[in-house]
Write a protein that binds this ligand. Structure first.
Ligand SMILES: [Zn+2]
Ligand SMILES: [Zn+2]
Length: 85
């Protein structure tokens, strides 16, 4: 059986195990770089990911969260894109 990959919702980093993901600090955490842990993305692995705020599509969560979002709830470009499930 093929092993599943797990992704961080904030930075798109790929992990083999959830326990490692939730224990390591995230450089794209919304409170600031390294201010919190990675958060498990609970959606499935896909070829395109859609931002829940602006609807833009990206090829990976890593690419998506590298950019700030025009329609972020905190204000225009005040936060990063976030993947919808
Ligand atoms: Zn992360
Ligand atoms: Zn967006």
């Amino acid at each position: 059986m093929e092993k599943k990959n797990y992704y961080c919702e904030y930075c798109g980093h790929k992990f083999r195990e959830v326990r490692i993901l939730v224990a390591a600090s995230c450089h794209r955490h919304p409170d600031g770089s390294g201010k919190g842990k990675h958060k498990l993305y609970e959606g499935s692995e896909k070829s395109r990911y859609t931002c829940r705020y602006c609807g833009r599509q990206f090829s990976s969560i890593r690419v998506m969260t590298g950019g700030t979002c025009l329609r972020h709830p905190k204000g225009t470009h005040k936060g990063r894109h976030s993947p919808a499930l």
